[in-house]
Structure formats: C-alpha cells, structure tokens
Design a protein around this ligand. Structure first.
Ligand SMILES: NC(=O)c1ccc[n+]([C@@H]2O[C@H](COP(=O)([O-])OP(=O)(O)OC[C@H]3O[C@@H](n4cnc5c(N)ncnc54)[C@H](O)[C@@H]3O)[C@@H](O)[C@H]2O)c1
Ligand SMILES: [Zn+2]
Ligand SMILES: [Zn+2]
Length: 368
C-alpha cells in the first residue's frame, strides 16, 4: 500500500514527508494504523547525523500508538482493532533476558533492528523498488507501519492514543527508572537531575513508589514548575553547585536514590556524588555524546554508593506498558501537562524546532 511518511533522506537536513510503499505484514508481523506519535530527542539525534549507528534513507519515529489493521501468519497475541503502543525495546518472552526479571533487554531481534530491518532481515518500506529502512524497528512518523508482534504492547482501548504514545519511550523510561531499576522504597529521599520527559517521568515514578522527598534539579524554572506538578517536593537550579545544595538539603548525606535524565556526563557524575554514603543508588538514564566517559572517584563507590544504567526504564514492554497505561487511566499519572504541541505529519520538522528551542516537553503528531 502507499502511505505518507517522514523520510530522513540525508543527515542534517529536514525530513521529507512523501509517499512510500509499505508491504503486507509477513509471519509474526502486524500492520498498525498510527493515530499519534511523540517527537523524541532520539529522532532528532539520528536526523542530525550525530548518532554513529544512524542510517538513511529511513522513516524516523518511535513514540507511536495506533490500531491493529491486519496481522500476519502466526500472530496470536494481537487481533484487528486492538490498541497498541509501539516498542523500540521488544519483549519476546522466550530469550534468556526476557525470562530473567533483572533485565528488559530482549535479545530476539536486536541485530536486524539495529541495522534497520525487520526480524527476517528485509524491509517492508520501499520507494521505487529500493528498500527504505525501519528506524528503531518502529518507523512511526507515518500513517501506517509494519512491526513484529513482539514489539507491540496491547493497551486498554479506553486510553486516548495521543496520551498513550508517550508511554512508548520517554515517560515509561522515567517511570521505570524509579519503579524497576531503582525500586525506590517508601519514605525515601530522591533527587532527579533533568526535568524533560524522562526526568519528569522519574519524578512521577518516585511519587508512585511513596518517596517522602523528591528534589528535582533543572536549568529551566518553567520545567521545575512542571516537576512540582508531578510530585517534586523541592526544586533546585542545576549547575556546578547542585551537589553542595543537595547535601545541604539532606543533612550532609545525600539522597537514597538519584536519577540522571540530562545526557550530560557532568550531571551523571553529580548524580553519583549526590547519592548517599552507605546505600545511595545513582540511576543513569541519559544518553551521552559519542566517546564521552563518566568520571567517578572510586572512593564514592567504596563508601557504598552504586551506579545503575537504565534502558527504557527496565520496562518489559508488552507486560508493563499496559500496566502503566492502566495507572494513567486510574488517575495516578498526570500525562496531559507533557503534551505541549499537537502537529500534523507535515509539520514534523516544526516538532524538531520546538524541541531544539526547549518549547514544551512533547510535541505529538496526530494522523488522519
Ligand atoms: N535510557 C533510555 O532508554 C532513554 C530513553 C529516552 C531518552 N533517553 C535520554 O534521556 C535524556 C533525557 O531525555 P529528555 O527527553 O527528558 O530530554 P530533555 O532535553 O527534554 O531534558 C533534559 C533536561 O536536562 C536539563 N539539564 C541540562 N543540563 C542540566 C544540568 N546541568 N543540571 C540539571 N538539569 C540539566 C535540561 O534543562 C532539560 O530540561 C536524554 O539524554 C535522552 O537521550 C534515554
Ligand atoms: Zn525516544
Ligand atoms: Zn526476548
């Protein structure tokens, strides 16, 4: 079928919205009609050419939500009409990682996904007979996409899909960092560095876990206001003095849990240094620039601090994204303040501009 999609033709240039061909879903694959898709930093990062593993031409987009339109042979967990959230981090439920509760890093389709292909090593997207690659296994800046069954989370049909799409990446990443990776304990003190989609999700996650004190650190007063809305009890201006300020707020000890959601290795270091002696856990969510390293004075570790990394918040997507969406429907997670702009597919480059200007938390593309 012919569909409209936003194609990354060349790094550093605007995406070109155009007609491309989308093949039928094959065995284990599903055709999804997209209803909404968030515009995330990772899309921009790849479009800019900064991502060393990037490729073009490709259809970008990975924060999608939509409705199942057709299923390929052997698909058993999804049916036509189901509402789904797309997962760049799939869950096959069979590999050694899926069967272990310690990680969400499914091994089933990693290699082909990283190369831009569906699990059988081919693309369903094409143009003039030439394949167009599938970005992050999702390619959701498009009216329709074909994805593996194991990379789709079936969510409640009650959830508006323009909100549900945020659970496809940033929001679940932040929530999951607190719920799964750190497993924040009731009554604890938490510090979240960064109040973008990921950091605000982490603030909400700490609140859901029953943290007593949640300090959010950011450079933007407007974003710190949003953090208060998500449950931050204290807010702080970021910068070189942030660790000293946190120590002062916590009787000189630091926090039980710290979260980094900025992508800056300097802030990652601050997250380690602001964690409490004895048991403080620093969870790193941000994606650092190519070649950058995290500097940690080993004494911080010897004296009981730990560092953890978190990909997609440790969320096992098919099991847990539907649960997070249920918590949203139950009123436990306030999603609306994250949506700052609603755009059409043709305005996708405007979404990138708004993101670069730090205008709002998320622009959501709405289709059809
Ligand atoms: N681990 C994952 O699976 C995953 C998933 C999505 C995004 N990410 C990464 O998480 C990071 C955050 O994503 P986002 O969408 O929330 O980004 P964002 O740019 O919207 O938010 C980052 C925030 O950090 C703040 N900041 C910058 N410097 C700071 C400092 N010195 N002190 C305190 N705050 C500072 C900025 O003001 C901004 O509000 C990015 O690096 C992104 O690539 C990781
Ligand atoms: Zn993302
Ligand atoms: Zn797996």
């Amino acid at each position: 079928m012919q569909i409209r999609a936003a194609v990354l033709e060349r790094f550093g240039e605007p995406l070109v919205v155009q007609e491309v061909e989308l093949g039928e879903p094959r065995a284990g694959e599903v055709l999804v009609r997209l209803v909404a898709c968030g515009v995330c930093h990772t899309d921009l990062y790849t479009a800019s050419g900064a991502d060393p593993s990037g490729y073009a031409p490709t259809v970008l987009g990975h924060e999608g939500a939509g409705v199942v339109e057709r299923v390929g042979d052997g698909v058993s967990s999804l049916a036509v009409g189901d509402h789904v959230v797309t997962l760049f981090s799939p869950q096959c439920r069979e590999c050694v990682h899926c069967r272990d509760e310690r990680t969400n890093l499914c091994l089933a389709i990693r290699e082909q996904q990283n190369l831009g292909y569906l699990p059988d090593g081919t693309a369903r997207l094409s143009r003039g007979g030439e394949p167009v690659r599938h970005f992050m296994g999702t390619s959701t800046f498009a009216e329709y996409t074909v994805m593996p069954e194991i990379a789709l989370a079936k969510v409640s049909p009650e959830a508006p899909l323009d909100r549900a799409c945020l659970f496809a990446c940033g929001l679940s990443t932040g929530l999951g960092a607190a719920l799964n990776t750190a497993k924040v304990q009731r009554g604890s003190t938490c510090v979240v560095f960064g109040a973008g989609m990921v950091g605000l999700g982490a603030v909400a996650g700490c609140r859901l876990q029953g943290a007593e004190r949640i300090v959010c650190v950011d450079l933007s007063p407007a974003r710190l206001e949003l953090a208060r809305g998500q449950g931050a009890t204290d807010v702080l201006a970021g910068g070189p003095d942030a660790v000293a300020a946190i120590l002062e707020l916590t009787g000189g000890f630091g926090a039980d849990y710290t979260f980094e959601a900025t992508g800056s290795v300097k802030v990652m270091r601050q997250a380690v240094e602001a964690a409490r002696m004895g048991w403080g856990l620093a969870t790193v969510c941000g994606v650092a620039g190519r070649g950058e390293t995290l500097e940690v004075i080993p004494r911080y570790l010897i004296t009981g601090r730990r560092v953890a990394g978190s990909s997609f918040g440790g969320v096992k997507g098919r099991d847990q994204v539907p649960q997070l969406v249920e918590r949203y429907l139950a009123g436990e997670i306030d999603v609306d303040p994250f949506i700052s702009h609603r755009l059409t597919l043709d305005e996708v480059n405007r979404g990138f501009e708004l993101m670069e200007a730090q205008d709002g938390i998320r622009s959501v593309l709405e289709f059809g």
